[in-house]
Design a protein around this ligand. Structure first.
Ligand code: MEV
Length: 305
């Protein structure tokens, strides 16, 4: 029996624009999802995933694994057990973490060498098979951990130094990522020039944000996050609840705050001076958000004992 764990993620900057080829930044968070795998005598997959809404991703990852490596495997009975520190509600990327951890666990029980890049490529294909859309940034966070500058499909996966000290507020609302990506695509069809300009502007902010992270200039990063949020609002992906948590955080002294992920719900993130952190958290709670205690820059996929 082997147990593999993969971290969840939070998008720092560049959501949506990344789908159109611009860079984004993502950080892995220390909320982990675990897959334990064991070969069995049966010829089928046996799955124990209480409360999980991601079984489609597990099944697709298993199918992809056997389709790629199965010619040398005669005995396909395997039992998988999934446990997670976080639910699929919060937007920490449970489907990407489960796809990645499943592939890694299978490679270990069947003694097949899979590089990190091969795991990334296979898990990205699983996302595309099931959702049809997505950049793969969440998969990169699960496979490589830390904080990453990322381009669609893994064209760039550049590790960045320095954990970003975030305050995270959950809206209590589950975002529907594929629907939001498609809504933005519809807008892009109607107003291609406007949206292309907007995506390019977000892409520029991301590169400035990268410099701020490298230099640990958190106030500057906060200001860049505010500009990013303005563009995301213009794109129509923010929501009343996100806006009220973001305003509350800024009024309580955060340098910057924005939605994180597809929008519509899930989490917002803020960056604040250390001495204001507590009041920013209280303001988010008072505005109806739930503060999530997470550490950023978490470890990549790993074998747990
Ligand atoms: C969703 O969390 C972030 C998006 O950019 C989609 C993606 O990159 O896959 C909207």
């Amino acid at each position: 029996m082997v147990t593999v764990s993969a971290p969840g993620k939070l998008m720092l900057m560049g959501e949506h624009a990344v789908v159109y080829g611009y860079p984004c930044m993502v950080t892995a968070v220390d909320q982990r999802l675990r897959v334990s795998a064991e070969r069995t005598r049966s010829s089928r997959l046996s799955l124990d995933a209480p409360g999980s809404r991601d079984t489609r991703f597990v099944e697709a990852a298993v199918a992809r694994f056997f389709a790629t490596y199965g010619s040398t495997i005669t005995d396909r009975g395997v039992s998988l057990s999934i446990r997670s520190d976080f639910t699929s509600q919060v937007g920490f990327g449970s489907s990407s973490a489960v796809s990645v951890a499943t592939l890694k666990a299978l490679s270990l029980v069947y003694e097949i060498e899979m590089s990190s890049r091969e795991i990334f490529d296979a898990a990205y294909q699983v996302t595309l098979d099931i959702q049809g859309v997505g950049s793969g940034f969440d998969i990169a966070a699960a496979v490589f951990g830390g904080t990453i500058l990322f381009k669609k499909g893994g064209e760039i996966i550049e590790p960045l130094p320095n954990p970003v000290p975030l305050v995270v507020g959950y809206t209590g609302i589950k975002a529907d990522t594929p629907t939001l990506i498609r809504a933005v695509a519809e807008k892009h069809k109607k107003e291609p020039e406007k949206l292309d300009k907007l995506f390019a502007a977000i892409g520029k902010l991301v590169l400035q944000g990268k410099e701020a992270i490298v230099a640990k200039e958190w106030e500057k990063l906060g200001k860049l996050m505010n500009f990013d949020q303005e563009y995301l609002r213009n794109l129509g992906v923010s929501s009343e609840k996100l806006e009220s948590l973001i305003s509350a955080a800024k009024e309580a002294g955060a340098w910057g705050a924005k939605l994180s992920g597809a929008g519509g719900g899930d989490c917002m993130i803020a960056i604040a001076p250390e001495e204001k952190r507590r009041s920013v958290e209280e303001a988010i709670e008072k505005a109806g958000g739930q503060v999530m205690s997470v550490t950023t820059h978490a470890e990549s996929i790993r074998v747990d004992v």
